[in-house]
Design a binder for this molecule. Structure first.
Ligand code: KG4
Ligand code: ZN
Length: 360
């Protein structure tokens, strides 16, 4: 039963957690969202500074809540890739310093492996390989998981990630940052079928379309065109004697629906084609209600087992980093204490974080 203190600082959430045997003993997240919201996106320099300020307090808090002393930990882990270099460094330096100070092994963790492991914080998974839809602000991918560290990517977005599309459309609709929760709130009560929007199919050079890959940049442009047209109608007062208030709820719901439809259709199709009986969804966008219920319903219709990360562990957190570290620790992995950070390391290269000689 390994017990791990884990840190996460790859983007704009500072987080610390203590996990034991895939259960959370304590978890704390300090979001910087409000500060970045003023700029409509994450400002890397501000993110690094806020991590420096927030992280020591969070570590103290989760250690106190766990009721454990440092001596009772089996390892200390921190996200080491991918992400903003300055932000990653804050967690890495703190994690490695604590490991050194308390004579514990250190493990650098791949952020996406963390997201993949977030599902283990919920209901147990059936045995066997499964298909994960990882939908976050930076990634939209389907990954076949055969076991800890055994990943094969089956599909990806060719341009924007789904979360990025939420954030960009929210900006168009003047709903603020981050876009996902804002669009979800604005869409409440809206008509999701009022405005048909494109599903972003990816053409193949030999003709036809890619069966699984996504493209969200055309959708964003289509929403821009729709919004421009609706605003013009609003200004014109909706024709003679009429009024045409901007139908925000319908636009937000129509956008949310097409994203959910595309993700559900292609992922369930991939699971069936590949003979994978279990479908898992993780990442920030997996917090979306319309997407969760759409995926659940389709999986039920198709007889697929279905799991999603618990709501609290969809967006960035340190508990999922702790679970990923636990899995690696069980396999005997350790990171070099000199391990730096790798802002662009691919998931398939995650094992390089456990080279005995620091690879970067
Ligand atoms: O996983 P995450 O916290 O960070 C990354 O690793 O990217 O994901 C953040 C993304 C943002 O784009 C945010 O708008 C989106 O997840 N998101 C949502 C919801 N909550 C967060 N998207 C749709 N619906 C939500 N409820
Ligand atoms: Zn993330």
């Amino acid at each position: 039963m390994p017990t791990v203190l884990a840190l996460e600082t790859s983007c704009d959430e500072s987080a610390a957690a203590v996990v034991r045997d895939q259960r959370v003993l304590a978890s704390a997240v300090a979001s910087q969202v409000e500060e970045h919201a003023r700029y409509g996106g994450v400002v890397p320099e501000i993110a690094s500074r806020r991590h420096v300020e927030a992280l020591p307090g969070l570590v103290e808090q989760v250690m106190a809540e766990s009721g454990l002393a440092y001596g009772e930990l089996d390892a200390i882990a921190a996200t080491a890739a991918p992400g903003l270099v300055g932000a990653l460094l804050v967690g890495s330096v703190m994690g490695r310093s604590l490991a050194r100070l308390h004579g514990k092994p250190f493990l650098g963790v791949h952020h996406l492996e963390g997201h993949l492991c977030s599902v283990h914080l919920g209901e147990p998974l059936p045995p066997g390989p499964y298909l994960v839809l990882l939908v976050s602000g930076g990634h939209t991918e389907m990954i076949r998981v055969d076991g800890p560290g055994a990943y094969g990517r089956l599909a990806r977005s060719r341009d924007d990630a789904a979360g990025e599309a939420f954030d960009k459309v929210a900006r168009l609709l003047e709903l603020g940052y981050p876009g996902g929760p804002a669009i979800q709130a604005a869409a409440a009560g809206g008509d999701p079928r009022r405005f048909p929007l494109p599903k972003g199919r990816v053409s193949l050079p030999e003709g036809g379309f890619h069966p699984y890959d996504f493209s969200f940049s055309g959708l964003k442009t289509a929403v821009l065109r729709l919004v421009t047209q609706l605003r013009a109608e609003e200004q014109a007062g909706g024709g003679p004697g009429g009024s045409a208030p901007f139908p925000l709820a319908d636009v937000a719901a129509s956008f949310e629906q097409v994203v959910a439809d595309v993700l559900v259709q292609r992922t369930t199709r991939c699971a069936r084609d590949q003979g994978l009986g279990t479908l898992v969804m993780v990442g920030g966008v997996a917090a979306n209600r319309r997407l969760r219920s759409g995926m659940e319903q389709r999986c039920r219709e198709l007889g697929l087992e279905w799991r999603v990360a618990p709501l609290a562990y969809c967006t960035d957190n340190a508990a999922m980093i702790g679970v990923a570290a636990e899995q690696r620790l069980r396999q005997g992995a350790r990171s070099a204490i000199r391990l730096a950070v790798a802002p662009r390391l691919a998931l398939e290269e995650a094992m390089r974080l456990y080279d005995t000689q620091a690879p970067f």
